[in-house]
Each structure stands twice: as C-alpha cells, then as structure tokens.
Design a protein. Structure first.
Length: 134
C-alpha cells in the first residue's frame, strides 16, 4: 500500500479522529442483505419479475446462513449492516494509521524498498522485439 508520508502529530490526530468515528457507531449487524427479484413463469408461458425478496446472509460457524426477511424489516436492518461495513472500513484505516505511527516511532520497523534490477518486464521486451522484427 502506498502512503503519503505524514508527520507523527498528523498521524496521531488521524488516529483520534478514526477512534471517535468508531465510537459513534452504537449498533451494527454483521452480514449482507441481498435483494432478489426472480423471474417466474405464468401458466400461459409469459414471464414476470417476482419480489423483491430480501435475504439476510451471515457467516456463522463456517457456514453461510441465509434468512428471508420481511420487507418491513429491510429499512431497519439495512443501516445496521451499513454500520458494520463502515466499522470494518474504519478499522482498516486505523490499522494502517497505527502501522505508520509504529514506523515513525521505530524507524527500523519501516519496510525498506529494494531497488529493481530489471529494466523492462518480459512482456514489454518481447512485444518490443516483435515490433522491430516485422
């Protein structure tokens, strides 16, 4: 991942902002909601879209558990699932920030980039060779 180099105080401020945003999430629900509108066939052979049907899916004990939910529960459940997605995103950002703070405080932990000895990739060399031999 590419980081723009921030100062330690900037990173610490970012850490506090992320923690505050995480703290604002009071409730969440793990899982996803899918909206299904299956195609059905009438007795006369014509097709129509049924639904929408709402399915709540969550991984539990290594299994995907899917539950049909009534349409009136969808507006209640949707923001809770969105809160979980936001929570995961904020946690990822916080982890990135904490890694950068660790690198600032312990420079020996910072990943060092190795210079590349390759001038061009195999693909670009072979395509440039083809263009010159034609």
């Amino acid at each position: 991942m590419y980081y723009t180099m921030k100062t330690l105080p900037e990173l610490q401020k970012q850490q506090q902002l992320l923690l505050a945003q995480i703290q604002e999430i009071n409730e969440l629900k793990r899982g996803k909601i899918s909206i299904q509108t299956p195609t059905r066939r009438r007795a006369d052979g014509s097709e129509y879209k049924a639904g929408p049907f709402y399915v709540f899916q969550v991984w539990q004990d290594g299994k995907n558990n899917a539950t049909n939910i009534p349409a009136e529960q969808y507006p209640v459940l949707r923001p809770l699932v969105e809160n979980y997605e936001r929570f995961k995103d904020l946690c990822d950002q916080l982890a990135d920030t904490l890694e950068q703070i660790a690198s600032h405080q312990n420079p020996e932990l910072a990943a060092k980039k190795k210079p590349s000895n390759r001038r061009a990739s195999k693909k670009s060399r072979s395509s440039s060779n083809k263009s010159t031999t034609r």
